[in-house]
Design a binder for this molecule. Structure first.
Ligand SMILES: [Zn+2]
Length: 508
């Protein structure tokens, strides 16, 4: 493990007072950046590709989210991604893939866009028939042989290859497809997914996934969901009957293919195929939730058994606070990546060697409810992810005998001159601050202030109701405010306005 990645990251966003845990979490946010110059520089209304026939209806080339101007597309809704990937870390081409995307046209389309940065596209078909393709910046423009009718279900298949490049953003840092000494660490919030698979890369279009990943002998690919094949492991175990078969990685002398299935809808940025030497452990939490943990044995001070047990404990405890676990399995991945952030990749967050302590685990696993199951519709509402996960982190900190929630709140509130906190409204932080301190800390403070206002019982009922009503879907800040008002029976618009949308420190 090297520390090169840390020095490469801009430290501006990270308050000096925050410890490593906060760093890692701040990085979780970092798992974020924006491919500036995607659509920013692309012609917003590209001309029809050659041979597409002139004109004809085309889907929008963006989801219209001003925080990530190039991301997402319109005119269709994806139901499923089937990604067949051969990954050769350090190879001339690290990735050779086929993406089979099943979607429904929401309007008549003679062409539509997918997001894809870099990589060579060899062939595109729509419903099995060859389609025209054109590249423009981070857009892959597809013109089917025959226009798609509104409400038609279709499958677009893209054969592609190349070496994905990390996203490097001057404000947000470096993330996405990150090479490690023995593989790749894949963490893509918010705009990195389309560096490794063609997609409708915006959380407003979630879909189920199948991964079929082939890696060289001795390596393991860990993705989201659950394996539907054996999983090679350098070390680890499975409880018989509780999970997939773990096979010794050393026993394989040939490339190994592992399949993973994600049965619940997932935002593209939460997808991972992290590859390396891993010990893998599977089983169930004491509360009965299937769990899969993977640890790179070269990461110092992290043991697979202890990490696995902590994931189980935190998951079960968060169920008591937030309601039923939203997904078919939990867990986590610790890799020797030179990044200083963790990310809440669905089912099992990814952690670097620099931070997987229990408060960070609480943060990332809380995201399984808030961010992963209930996703943002637009990135402006990112406090609905980060404020909630930060609050869970504070709850955990109090539980293990560190700072109490109230002391945390009071300490932050007392810092009246903190411009990062009080000058940036977390409900409308602006792109440059979408992973800034206000979204995290003032977001968490908003929840604590709400708790003081409505009482413990109503507060946790609000969180559970939000998680339940928006499960596997998405939500907005006004929708959350409505839930809080309905459950508490109080009018809260002035309260939320002061905490989320106004500059200046709210009165207590
Ligand atoms: Zn987070």
């Amino acid at each position: 493990m090297t520390s090169a990645g840390r020095s490469r990251r801009p430290l501006l966003r990270r308050p000096a007072s925050r410890g490593l845990a906060a760093l890692a979490v701040a990085g979780a946010l970092t798992g974020c950046q924006v491919t500036i110059g995607d659509k920013d520089t692309a012609d917003p209304s590209p001309p029809p590709p050659p041979n597409s026939g002139t004109g004809g209806p085309s889907g929008p080339d963006t989801a219209g989210d001003r925080y990530v101007p190039g991301d997402g597309n319109g005119g269709y809704d994806v139901q499923h991604y089937k990604l067949k990937l051969a990954i050769t870390p350090g190879g001339a081409k690290e990735l050779d893939g086929t993406a089979e995307i099943t979607a429904t046209a929401t309007e008549r389309l003679s062409r539509f866009n997918l997001d894809l940065t870099g990589l060579d596209v060899a062939e595109v078909t729509v419903d099995g028939a060859p389609a025209q393709q054109q590249r423009q910046g981070s857009e892959l423009i597809v013109s089917p042989a025959k226009a798609l009718e509104k409400n038609a279900k279709f499958t677009v298949s893209v054969r592609y290859s190349g070496t994905p490049q990390p996203v490097v953003d001057p404000i947000l840092g470096r993330y996405g497809w990150i090479r490690t000494s023995d593989g790749v660490f894949v963490a893509c919030q918010p705009s990195g997914a389309h560096t490794w698979f063609p997609s409708n890369d915006h959380p407003s279009d979630k879909a189920t996934f199948d991964f079929e990943v082939t890696v060289p002998a001795g390596l393991t690919a860990v993705a989201n969901g659950e394996p539907t094949s054996n999983v090679p492991s350098g070390d680890g175990s499975a409880t018989p009957g509780d999970g997939p078969d773990i096979i010794p990685a050393a026993a394989s002398r040939r490339a190994v293919t592992t399949s993973w299935r994600v049965k619940d809808p997932m935002a593209t940025y939460l997808a991972t195929v992290t590859v390396g030497r891993f010990g893998v452990k599977t089983g169930k939490t004491p509360g009965g939730i299937p769990i899969i943990s993977a640890v790179d044995p070269s990461v110092p001070a992290v043991r697979l058994d202890a990490f696995h047990a902590k994931n189980a404990e935190v998951t079960d405890e968060l169920v008591k606070l937030f309601g039923p676990f939203p997904f078919t399995s939990t867990g986590g991945i610790v890799d020797n990546a030179a990044v200083d952030f963790a990310l809440e990749t669905q089912n099992r967050p990814v952690y670097s060697a620099l931070g997987s302590d229990q408060t960070i685990i609480a943060h990332e696993l809380a995201h399984q409810w808030f961010g992963d199951s209930v996703s943002v519709t637009k990135w402006q509402d990112i406090w609905l992810n980060e404020g909630f996960a930060t609050y869970a982190e504070w709850i955990w900190s109090e539980r293990v005998g560190n700072e109490t929630l109230q002391a945390k709140f009071d300490g932050l509130y007392a810092d009246a001159g903190n411009r990062e906190l009080w000058n940036v409204p977390p409900g409308n932080p602006g792109r440059a601050n979408m992973f800034g301190r206000s979204v995290y800390d003032r977001g968490g403070m908003t929840l604590h202030a709400l708790r003081k206002k409505v009482g413990d019982e109503k507060f946790f009922e609000i969180l559970k109701t939000w998680a339940k009503e928006r499960r596997h879907s998405s939500g907005t800040t006004p929708q959350f405010v409505q839930v809080a008002e309905r459950v508490s029976g109080q009018r809260l618009d002035t309260f939320f306005d002061a905490w989320l949308f106004k500059r200046g420190r709210p009165a207590l």
